[in-house]
Design a protein around this ligand. Structure first.
Ligand code: PFF
Length: 449
């Protein structure tokens, strides 16, 4: 069997894990949720969720992964041999596989829009709704782009942990952060800046309902890549000197910063164009924004062009670093537990996931009328993974680390065998034992109802 890879630097560790977290969820889903849930009040609640739920769950995943140095399924088998806890290992890898199958569909759309933006085809007079609907419902193009995106992901994963994941993260993440900075600066020169910022920064607590709190928590889970085996797998490549708590804080901070900054360039742009609603829903990225960018920069089309290209490049980079972690999570299992060479394992997983992905691609076209439980395949996969398996996974991870694992083992892991101090250990334990499981259970019940 091949030797296990390792991340070689602290920067590599943070950028790879942040790459997993920063994804379509930040640039697409977060601003949509902010728009739908009343702006700044939602952001404040989201920040609390990241701090009190996100960081403790991420730290728990790091403890499990780094302690065992193995893929997620083996990790639980090793820590709880013969016990039913292993269900969570299987759940983590399974959810990563399912999410990958529909994540590549949206990522494929992003790739298509980037190509179109570069070629200058996202012109001002186009009917963006028809443009989008024609593309996603066509029988060939979205499939080709999804396959192309999956192939890109495979090309990184097949090179392994150091030469593939770490190296790419070190290039793609700084690029991504730079693009965000350029977009924010550019966007601040627009006439809608003050209105956009007011929307983002002035909380209106009358809009806060239990549903808003629960949406914020669901968003934090998805955005931070929690409970899907990805961060646990990445942590298995961390060195013994990696400070797990600091890493969890850095990753959560980068992820949250990218999400908030996305709002900082999207909303000033949206408010600069009259007649466009801030809460434009899922069409925000592919229908509203290309329209907004064109109209906002009508007098300087070159800036509009560059802005649009950079925006879709940003989305593509974000999607790619996340899909790499999804593919790696499953591939690591196939390599280590099914004893396949990495190249073959990555091909198997990519092809199988793409086969499932075909159903998701066609959920917007030929299979849009085929429904199970009233949902298309795309919506069903999304529902089952993010609304059922994910929260369940979150609860299991906390209970496993907080109650099942030996307290000494957890303490040794977060203090690197007592070489570091971790003053918040009791707070962390209290959160994962009581607060987080109860909070997640509340989401779960609410979502199901
Ligand atoms: N966190 C990613 C995003 O915000 O788009 C999505 C994601 C990646 C979810 C990896 C789950 C995962 F394991």
């Amino acid at each position: 069997m091949e030797q296990r890879g390792n991340f070689t630097s602290k920067l590599g560790v943070v950028l790879a894990a942040a790459g997993s977290a920063v994804g379509l969820g930040n640039v697409w889903r977060f601003p949509t949720e902010v728009g739908n849930n009343g702006g700044a009040a939602f952001i404040l609640i989201y920040l609390a969720c990241v701090l009190f739920v996100g960081v403790p769950v991420m730290l728990s995943e790091f403890v499990i992964g780094r302690h065992t140095h193995s893929n997620t399924i083996s990790a639980y088998n090793q820590l709880a041999p013969g016990k039913w806890w292993r269900i969570q290992g299987i759940n983590g890898v399974f959810v990563a596989f399912v999410i990958l199958s529909y994540y590549v569909v949206i990522a494929g759309w992003t790739l298509f829009y980037l190509v179109e933006a570069v070629m200058g085809n996202l012109k001002e007079s186009a009917d963006y709704t028809a443009y989008f609907n024609d593309f996603v419902s066509s029988p060939v193009s979205p499939l080709i782009y999804a396959v192309a995106f999956m192939a890109l992901t495979h090309l990184v994963v097949v090179r392994g942990v150091q030469a593939g994941i770490e190296k790419c993260s070190k290039v793609m993440m700084p690029m991504l952060l730079l693009i965000i900075a350029v977009l924010v600066v550019c966007s601040f020169s627009m006439p809608g800046t003050s209105e956009g910022l007011r929307f983002l920064l002035q909380p209106d607590f009358s809009k806060v309902t239990p549903g808003v709190v629960l949406s914020a928590m669901g968003q934090a889970f998805f955005s931070l890549s929690l409970a899907m085996g990805c961060l646990c797998t990445y942590a298995s490549y961390f060195g013994s000197d990696t400070n797990l708590f600091k890493t969890a804080c850095s990753v959560s901070m980068i992820d949250t910063m990218v999400a908030v900054l996305s709002g900082f360039f999207i909303f000033p742009a949206v408010f600069s164009v009259s007649g466009v609603e801030a809460n434009a829903g899922p069409g925000l990225v592919f229908i509203t924004l290309p329209n907004v960018f064109n109209m906002a920069f009508q007098n300087v089309p070159v800036v509009g062009y560059v802005f649009t290209v950079l925006f879709y490049l940003l989305l593509l980079l974000a999607a790619l670093t996340s899909s790499i972690s999804l593919l790696e999570s499953v591939t690591a299992y196939v390599v280590e537990s099914l004893h396949q060479p990495r190249a073959r394992a990555s091909v198997y997983v990519s092809v199988l996931s793409m086969l499932l992905g075909v159903l998701c691609v066609y959920s917007f076209g030929p299979l849009s009328d085929v429904k199970l439980f009233g949902l298309t395949f795309f919506d069903l996969f999304d529902f089952v993974s993010s609304k059922i398996l994910l929260p369940l996974g979150g609860i299991l991870i906390c209970l496993f680390t907080g109650w099942y694992l030996d307290r000494r083992l957890v303490l040794d892991e977060v203090t690197n065998q007592e070489r570091l101090r971790f003053k918040l250990f009791r707070v962390y334990l209290f959160l994962i034992r009581y607060v987080v499981p109860i909070a997640i259970a509340a989401i779960f019940v609410n979502e199901l109802i």
